[in-house]
Design a protein around this ligand. Structure first.
Ligand code: ARG
Length: 455
């Protein structure tokens, strides 16, 4: 492509470090869509003839069909997808192919292709998140009033409902969804026609190509257009936060499916066995999802480092953007789909959840609240009285409801029989009616709100 200026071809090592075709061929359809839009615009603005544009646009479809059929011969010597496609176009249609690269550069071309690719991934992530949220809503609806222990420090804290716990993840993945939509909207500006860095002297119509490619508008500054990779970084940071959410939930599933907890049974379809221990059913999908954050956040860090010291405008460093994003996108989509499958298939063990909910003095706060509400004891004093009762029960080896009224009255004389009504876990969760609380009534309201939001 630049033989006019050069006397010698590149060293083999130069070719190896320079080429991106090994990975950027994933953007073939985006590259061809961008070139077809560019050719149509060049004809509409009179820069090239209608006949040439028609030959280019048809020829590009032939190239695309060859790539899709797997018959296309990719060449490392041709460096990247842009030059591979153009060279093949030349073979197919001859001279008019040389007019395609008028008023553009590979710098705006690669930015356009990559943006189109990342935009598709934002759309795929949106669909994956919605599917996962729906699976969580189904679980939440089934178990809106199933009691389970809520934890802080992974120590029993207060009873909550299964539905409430599922809905916590709906909120988390819901924020991911809103980040995806927000970033997709912001990135949807077309770099095409920014050319190498300064724009072009040809009378091109950037609004026309932007519209043809589904962009909201052309980007407003040609230097920024070719050197911006914020869209890729927003994709990676959104993916990182989402992968972190997936990882936290995966960790809970690993714990919950253990023999010690037995809160859930994962389906055979999303588990594996052991080659030596016949009894084993391992939560491999959850473990792998838990690990995906490593490479996804790694990609985010890597691209941040690539970009951080680059002067305007394009530098070849930016070619290092794609593999990170490809890998992160593949693994984020896979993790979302695997989590959706696991959530759909898993069975909550209601009896174990309920038994665990009632153990570990989980209703101690309810007892303290009763002292405050009924006996008007200041909360700090109620906390102390309850702590004394917990210590008494612990010494006796029983739970709070197993203490006798006399034993309770020995700690605070005002306690009446009425206290036992607040020590049950169902009472406990039903009483937590504050907005956003765990009461089944509140949980069902949130489920309804989300269903409406997704409808
Ligand atoms: N393969 C290059 C990339 O991925 C395309 C742009 C090359 N532009 C240039 N001026 N060398 O970034």
């Amino acid at each position: 492509m630049w033989g006019g200026r050069f006397a010698a071809g590149p060293d083999a090592i130069m070719e190896a470090i320079n080429a991106s075709i090994g990975f950027d061929k994933r953007m073939a359809s985006q590259d061809i869509a961008g070139s077809r839009a560019h050719a149509a615009m060049l004809a509409a603005t009179g820069v090239i003839s209608d006949n040439d544009a028609e030959a280019i646009r048809e020829g590009l479809l032939t190239v695309l069909s060859e790539i899709e059929a797997g018959t296309f011969q990719f060449s490392t010597a041709l460096e990247d997808i842009h030059m591979n496609v153009e060279a093949r176009l030349k073979e197919i249609i001859g001279e008019p192919a040389g007019r395609l690269h008028t008023g553009r550069s590979r710098n705006d071309q690669v930015a356009t292709d990559f943006k189109l690719w990342v935009r598709d991934q934002f759309d795929a992530a949106e669909a994956g998140l919605i599917a996962l949220i729906r699976a969580l809503l189904t679980q939440a609806e089934a178990g809106a009033d199933w009691v389970m222990p809520g934890f802080t420090h992974l120590q029993t804290a207060q009873p909550v409902t299964w539905g409430h716990h599922m809905m916590a993840y709906v909120e988390m993945f819901g924020r991911d969804l809103s980040r995806v939509r927000d970033a997709r909207k912001r990135m949807n500006e077309s770099p095409l026609g920014a050319a190498a860095l300064a724009g072009t002297s040809f009378p091109i119509d950037r609004h026309m190509t932007a519209e043809a490619l589904g962009f909201d508008r052309p980007s407003a500054n040609s230097l920024d257009a070719v050197s911006d990779r914020d869209f890729a970084l927003e994709f990676l940071s959104t993916a990182s936060i989402s992968a972190m959410h997936l990882s936290r939930f995966a960790e809970e599933l690993v714990i919950w499916s253990s023999a010690q907890f037995r809160f859930v049974a994962l389906s055979d379809r999303f588990s594996t066995g052991s080659s030596i221990m016949p009894q084993k059913k391992n939560p491999d999908a959850a473990e792998l999802i838990r690990a995906k954050i490593g490479r996804i956040f790694g990609a985010n860090t890597a691209l941040m480092m690539v970009m951080k010291g680059l002067p305007l405008a394009y530098s070849k460093d930016m070619q290092e953007d794609k593999e990170q994003v490809f890998d992160a996108a593949d693994n984020w989509m896979l993790a979302l789909a695997a989590m959706e499958g696991m959530v759909k298939d898993m069975t909550a063990n209601r009896e174990n959840l309920a038994a665990a909910a009632g153990s570990g003095f989980s209703t101690a706060t309810d007892l303290a609240d009763w002292l405050v509400r009924v006996l008007k004891v200041p909360f700090r004093d109620a906390h102390h009285v309850t702590g004394t009762l917990v210590a008494m029960a612990e010494k006796k080896g029983c739970d709070l409801p197993d203490l006798t009224l006399a034993e309770m009255q020995s700690v605070h004389a005002g306690i009446t029989e009425d206290i036992f009504s607040v020590l049950g876990v169902d009472n406990s969760v039903n009483s937590r009616l504050s907005y956003g609380g765990t009461a089944p009534k509140r949980v069902r309201e949130q489920i309804a709100r989300w269903k409406e939001a997704l409808a």
